[in-house]
Each structure stands twice: as C-alpha cells, then as structure tokens.
Design a protein around this ligand. Structure first.
Ligand code: FAD
Length: 806
C-alpha cells in the first residue's frame, strides 16, 4: 500500500468508483481508493439500479446524460462487457393535469440539454406498457433512454479502468481516522497503515457521518429503509417479445422495472423508517434490513391496481436496504464546507443512475476547480449550518414520502419548519405572513389577504397574483416594509482589507467611507463566482453582503484567498443582524420621522451608508434598492429588531405603509433587470456574457480571474444574457425552460415572473449571441406552449434610475 499519494477516495460504492475513474480521466493517476470491505458492499450491491435521464434542472439532466453515455460505452467494451438494459424506455405517470404541466416544463428543461422526452396520454402509456391499466390515469412523461444496469459489474468496470490508468484500489482497508496537517494536507489512518495525501474524498454512503466525524464534520445526510420485491416470471412478459418499460408512480409511490422474466417493484411507503440514526453496526456489511411488507400495504394496493398482473404472481425475494437522503433531496457533491482539500460525494438516493455523472462533475471540480455545469444544486455548502441530525431526519422522511412528487413553483414543504427565524417571525405570523424558505430561514413571501387564504401550487399564475400586485402597488405609490432575514453579511477588517478586496472583485470597489457598491467575483476561469455589496462603514469597518444561500460558499471562497500574513480577516455577522427594507416614494418620510439624521438626497444620496438610530434601535442604514423605488436597507441587531420594526410600522401608518414580501421583490427586480445569484449568475458564463460589462474594469492592474477573462473574450461569447417580454398571461416562464427560434433551442430561461408595475410577463435567460438583439422575436416554452416573446432592454422600469436617486 502506498504511504503517499495525491488523493484518497474513501468508499468503494458507485460514488467512490466513479470518482476514481473520472479523476484518472482528468489526468490524475496518483490516486487511491480505500474500501473497508469489498467494493459495492454498502448500498450499491443490492440497488434496483435504474438509470433514468429525468432531472428537474439542467445540471441534473446533463449529469444523467453523462452516466447513460458512459454506461453504454462500458457495456459495449469487448474486454469487460457489463449488463446494461439501455433504452428500455420509462414512464412517469400522472393523474392530474398539474402533474402533466410539470412534465411539460421538465421536457422543455431536458430539451435544452439535447434530451428528448415526450408527454403522452393514458392510452399511449398503456400501448407502450401493456401490463398497466389506464384507470385514474391521465398520461405520463416518456423517457426513451430509461433502463437499468448491473451495479456490481458497473463498479468493477470503473475500478478496472481506473486501475489501468494508474489508480490503486485497497479493499478490506477501513479508514479509522483523518488528521489534517498544518499545510492542509491529510493523513488517512487505516487499519493497514497511514496514507498521506493532499486531498480526501468522502464517498462512504450510509457511513458518511462516521467518516465525517473523523474530520469534525456532520453532513446533513440520513438513511431510510427502502424495499423492493422481485416476482416470479410473468407470462405476459415472456410473450411480449420486448422488454417492459420502467414505471414510476407519483400517485401510489412505487417504481417498477423488468427483472429477468418478472418484475422488480420498489416502494416509497408513507409509514417509512429512518435507519442508523443512533449508530450503525460495524458488521452491517453486504447486509440487508429485515423485510417488512406490512409497512408497504398502502402503496402495494396502488401498484396492484395499476398492474393487476401483480395480484396473481408470486414474490420470490424482498430486499430492504438503507438509502441516503439530504435535506432537499439532492446529493452533496463538492467541497466540504469549512474544510480545506476535502470533498464529498454523498447523500445519493439514485446513485446508480446519477453516479457516473456525479463522479464526472466532482473530478472536474477537484482537478479544474470548477465543473462544466454550475453545480450549486449539488454544492454541500448550500445548507448553512441548520442541517443537524433531527432536521435532516424530518426532511428525509418527507422527501421519501414524496419521492416521485416534484416540487411545484414556490412549494416549500412543512417538515422541519420553522428552522431559522428572527424575533420578528411571530409578529409577521400574526400579521398574516406566508413564508418561503431560503437556506433554512423563514422568509416572508407575502401577507395573506385573509387567514384562510391558501395558494394552489401551480406552474400557472395563481391566487397570489392580485396579492402580489397589491403589495407592489403600495411600494410603487406609498411605502412598503419588508424583512429580509438570513442575508449574508461578513465584516472584513485588517490593514490590507481594501487592497485585497480590490483584487477579489473584477470591477472598482468603492473605497470611500460612507459609500456602498455592488461588485462581482470571478473564478480562475474568468466566470462569475459571486456577487456582493461592499459597504464602507463610517468607523472604517467594511461589510460584505451577499445572498442568504451564499453564507458558507462565499466564506470558503474568501478565506481560501486571504493573504497568508494575517493582514485581512473575515468574520460572519449573518446570524446577528436582520434587514428591514423600507421602499417606496414615502420611504424617506417614514425614516425621517423615526430617525433624527438628515435623510435628504443631498445629505444621504443613493449608495450611501451610515450609522443611525431607528427609534431607540441602533442600525446601519444603506440607501440601496432592489425594487427600483427609493429605498433603504436598515440592518438591525436581532435583539433590537422588534424595536426598530415597531418604530417603522407606527411611523408608516400615516403614509399608507404595507408589508411586502419576497414575491413582490421578485417581480420588481425582474422589471429592473437585476440578477439573482445562482439563478441568473452562474459559473458557466463570464461577466460579459452575463451582461455585467459595466462591472468589469479590465484596466485594473490585477483581479482574480483577469487573465482567464482576457483570454476568454478573444473568442466569441458562448451565450449572452437577455431579458424578454412574453406575449401570454396564463403562466410565467420557469427556470430551465427553453428559448426557441424556428423550433430550435437557442437559449434557456434563468428566472421569470410577472412585472406588476409594467404589466408584462418577463423572463431572463441566456441565448445564443446572434439572437441577443433588442427587438428580436423568439419563443419561450411556457409549460409546453411556444409563446411569442421579444428581447428587450434589461431595465424595463425607470431605466434612468431617477426614482432611486430621488
Ligand atoms: C433498495 C434500494 C433500491 C435502489 N434503487 C436504485 C435505483 O433503482 N436507481 C438508483 O440510481 N439508485 C437506487 N438506489 C440508491 C443507490 O443504490 C445508492 O444511491 C448508491 O448505491 C449509493 O452508492 P454510494 O457509493 O454512495 O454508497 P455505498 O454503496 O454504500 O458505498 C459506500 C462505501 O463506503 C465504504 N465505507 C464506509 N465507511 C468506510 C470507511 N471507514 N473506510 C473505508 N470505506 C468505507 C462502504 O463499505 C461502502 O462500500 C437504491 C437503493 C436501495 C437501498
């Protein structure tokens, strides 16, 4: 066994084997995989191993396409062919029009990645799958490439290829400890000796937190027991002359595929069980949990009704094994928060289908620093500290119970809520607030017009349309007050702080005391990494503000670029303060009546910052606006948040103040052409492609990513960011939808909503450069309909910014 290597992957299931293989594909051969038992002896060996192309965003579709192409290639390798039932086809069933609308949207998402799904009716479902009844069925989504693979053969094939490329695999070598050295390298302690390496990867499946604990980390991953059964041969299958397509059923929560001449049917029962919450038997190896068919009777009945043949066939085997879930159902693939040189590929609940793609994207991140797709939906840093074991268990149960039920737009499920709140949350509840969840924070979405108001989750505009319109109207014509909790906020200090920030941002960062500026951070490829507001406080402190979800991500990024001499330090104030946003033409009047400062535009112009008292509450006030109206961001310490809120609320009464929520903000920021980090600002594009030209100063001597950016702009842009106005009123476009010209995909929507002040349906997105011309007529796919749309200037409301400067 080597005692020194570049990288150690811990765990030899599909996650570890795929990572090892893809690292060698990236050119790294001095890499090692250590496995405590035999390869695939965790969950992988007994997986149902279905391989679908279906995904709810383009990154997921893209990584699954990679899996499919790789598995096909492996299955055709004459030296080591593996069993892969490629392209049996699969149907996701639907019994409501709303589900079908979701499928139409996901078909459009996939099309943008070159993947063709079909939405078919019930009769066509039955024609393609002769064993199903069409009772209570509307139709389904057809995935032509759906199939299944032999999981053990797949891992062996990947490990074999990796070995051939120089990697080494050590079986029966349990990792017992991890020590990080002063130079940030690692010593991996195993029962067979130590291995020193630069980088470690945790790919330990359901034992993820045993290995996490070795580096002082708890990962928000929980295992659930999950069962499938295998039937005896079925005559109709024997006689069919073709393989049965796969089925996935969100109505009764089961899946089904052909296994030999019978069926494999797996269940997601409501009465489900977490597994291993209080520790896992060290001898649970190549093992299963006891069968418990009683638990699945609810879902079994649904499967029987859809496939009556199941009632007459014997069951010969039941498999019950642990399967991992995270807080939002998506895996954790990327950098481990707060750790240097440590990555993970964990929380895989569909690891056989996705594993090829996850290993591919992880290897790119490790070797190149960034993957070909923006990987935020997989980034382990997307949960900022609230993913403890209890919350993770609740979310895992909820997710398991809803396995095939996709989230509708604005749907935030109830388990584990509220997780993060402020002292104002109960007050806002009493005001009638409806909350969405942002990085665990309960963020006010809107005020319900009546206590019994409920929202139908839909891909169309729904009952909230008029509610949001009224909030926007108050902000536009009087004044609104909003709470923005969880906003990410760091204090940056030290003698070199300003010079260092200047190198981190691609534009000019304001250095003037009392001034605020917006800037963009690039990665080493010259693409957009982050967006932040820099505020130079009167006493010399610097505040760095960014999206709530960015808390761990930005901290990692900034800390990994701090100078070694200790001349700059960064500390988080995210959990200490909350923002109250005062916006609208009467905002200054309200502020002046609760604060003795001079708030005139001369004394405190747009993009200023100062200390002030709001009533008796100390605050940092910034004249910045995300709505396009005159606005102030008031940052208040949480222990005096209520005092500030009361003062503003009482003062607002005389000015027609209304509370407004994040949905109104979304409508208004789209009208202004303002972007959202990780919706519109992604690592796939540079700032010029992202239409951020005015925030880039190439004449600066130095900034992170400059060389790569200068190189990149010698070539034509890949795509360009545009705003579009859609000619329809029934539904907004949705992120991931395709933008079309002459029936061909020429772009992708990144965010969209109704602009209430201008009365238009707005979308933003990236399109091929030749189409990014103002006035150009394109089509946007809105839940399956190609809607005529026009490219417009990005700012559709007060383009001269006269209101924010008023
Ligand atoms: C019943 C069932 C059906 C499923 N069906 C499907 C399906 O149809 N399609 C699909 O895509 N997915 C399916 N899945 C999920 C899929 O099987 C998993 O996502 C996948 O196998 C997880 O692989 P992994 O490599 O992350 O974990 P594992 O396979 O558990 O591998 C982790 C490895 O890490 C090793 N390890 C742990 N601790 C240490 C240590 N200290 N030192 C060294 N090594 C260590 C373990 O021994 C193990 O080999 C199913 C799961 C179940 C339970």
């Amino acid at each position: 066994m080597k005692s020194q290597t570049k990288l150690v992957v811990i765990g030899g299931g599909i996650a570890g084997c795929s990572t090892l293989y893809h690292l060698t594909q990236e050119g790294w051969s001095d890499v090692v995989l250590v496995e405590r038992n035999e390869l695939t002896s965790g969950t992988t060996w007994h997986s149902a191993a279905q391989v679908t192309n279906f995904g709810m965003n383009q990154t997921m579709v893209g990584l699954k396409s990679h899996s499919i192409a790789l598995y096909k290639e492996l299955s055709e390798d004459p030296d080591y062919p593996i069993n892969y039932h490629h392209a049996d086809g699969g149907i996701r069933l639907a019994n409501t029009e709303e589900q079908l609308e979701g499928y139409r949207h996901f078909t459009s998402v996939a099309r943008g990645m070159g993947v063709e799904f079909e939405v078919i009716d019930a009769a066509e479902c039955a024609r393609r799958h002769p064993l199903i009844s069409t009772e209570n069925l509307l139709g389904g989504l057809w995935d032509p490439l759906d199939g299944d693979i032999d999981p053990a053969q797949l891992c062996q094939a990947l490990a074999r290829r990796a070995r051939k490329a120089g990697a080494e695999v050590y079986r029966n070598t349990p990792v017992t400890g991890l020590t990080q050295q002063k130079d940030d390298s690692w010593t991996v302690h195993t029962e067979k000796g130590d291995i020193n390496c630069e980088i470690v990867v945790n790919a330990c499946g359901y034992r993820v937190n045993e290995v996490g604990a070795m580096m002082g980390v708890h990962h928000p991953v929980m295992s659930m027991e999950h069962q499938y059964m295998l039937t005896e041969p079925i005559q109709q299958i024997v006689e069919a002359g073709h393989r049965m397509p796969l089925l996935r059923c969100p109505i009764s929560d089961y899946y089904c595929r052909q296994e030999k001449q019978g069926l494999l049917v797996g269940f997601y029962e409501q009465d489900c069980k977490t597994w291993g919450m209080d520790g896992i038997d060290p001898n649970f190896v190549n093992a299963l949990c006891p069968d418990d068919l009683d638990r699945i009777t609810d879902v079994l009945e649904g499967a029987f009704e859809r496939m009556p043949v199941l009632m007459d066939v014997g069951i010969h085997t039941v498999v019950n094994g642990p399967i991992t879930y995270t807080i939002d159902g998506a895996p954790l693939v990327g950098r481990i928060p707060g750790k240097r040189n440590a990555f993970c590929i964990i929380g895989l609940r569909a690891g056989l289908g996705e594993g090829g793609g996850h290993g591919w994207l992880l290897a790119q991140q490790i070797v190149q620093g960034e993957a070909c797709y923006d990987t935020w939906c997989l980034d382990p840093r997307r949960f900022a500290g609230h993913g403890n074991v209890e919350l993770t268990a609740l979310k895992a149960i909820e997710d398991y119970q809803n396995e095939f039920r996709f989230h509708f737009p604005h749907e935030h499920r109830p388990a584990g809520r509220p997780a993060k709140t402020t002292p104002l949350t109960p007050i806002l509840v009493a005001e009638g607030a409806k909350f969405d969840v942002v990085n665990g924070w309960e963020r006010m979405a809107y005020i319900k017009p009546s206590p019994d108001f409920t929202e139908t989750h839909s891909f169309r505009f729904n009952e909230t349309f008029d509610v949001i319109a009224a909030e926007v109207d108050a902000v536009q014509n009087a004044v609104g007050l909003a709470e923005v909790d969880g906003f990410n906020r760091y204090e940056i200090s030290g003698v070199s702080a300003k010079d260092w920030l200047d190198k981190m941002f691609c534009g000019r960062v304001t250095r003037k005391t009392g001034k605020v500026g917006l800037g963009y951070l690039l990665n080493h490829t010259g693409n957009v990494k982050g967006e932040a507001t820099i505020a130079n406080l009167p006493d010399g402190r610097i505040w760095y503000g960014s999206a709530a979800a960015a808390e761990f991500h930005d901290m990692d990024w900034l800390r990994s670029h701090l100078p070694d001499d200790g001349s700059v330090s960064v500390r988080s104030l995210t959990n200490d303060h909350t923002i109250l946003v005062l916006a609208g033409p009467r905002a200054r009047d309200v502020l002046s009546s609760v604060s003795r400062e001079d708030w005139s535009s001369e004394a405190f112009p747009w993009l200023s910052v100062r200390d002030a008292f709001i009533g008796i509450a100390p605050a940092i006030v910034m004249s910045v606006s995300f709505s396009g109206e005159l606005a102030y961001e008031i940052h208040v310490p949480n222990n005096q948040l209520y005092a500030a809120y009361l003062a503003l609320r009482q003062a607002g009464e005389a000015h027609g103040m209304r509370l407004f929520g994040s949905r109104a903000v979304e409508s208004m920021r789209l009208e202004k052409g303002y972007r959202h980090w990780k919706s519109d600002l992604i690592t796939e594009y540079n700032p010029f492609e992202s239409a951020l030209d005015r925030f880039v100063k190439l004449d600066k001597a130095e900034f992170l990513g400059k060389d790569a950016l200068v190189e990149a702009i010698k070539s034509e842009p890949r795509r360009l960011f545009v705003s579009l106005v859609l000619n329809c009123t029934h539904a907004p476009a949705h992120a991931g939808a395709s933008i079309l010209k002459d029936g061909k995909v020429v772009g992708t929507v990144t965010s969209a909503d109704w602009g209430h002040r201008i009365g238009k349906n707005i979308a933003m997105g990236f399109v091929e450069p030749e189409f990014a011309v103002e006035g150009n007529e394109l089509f946007v796919d809105v839940i399956g309909t190609a809607v005529p749309s026009k490219v417009t200037q990005p700012c559709l409301y007060d383009p001269e910014n006269t209101l924010v400067r008023a």
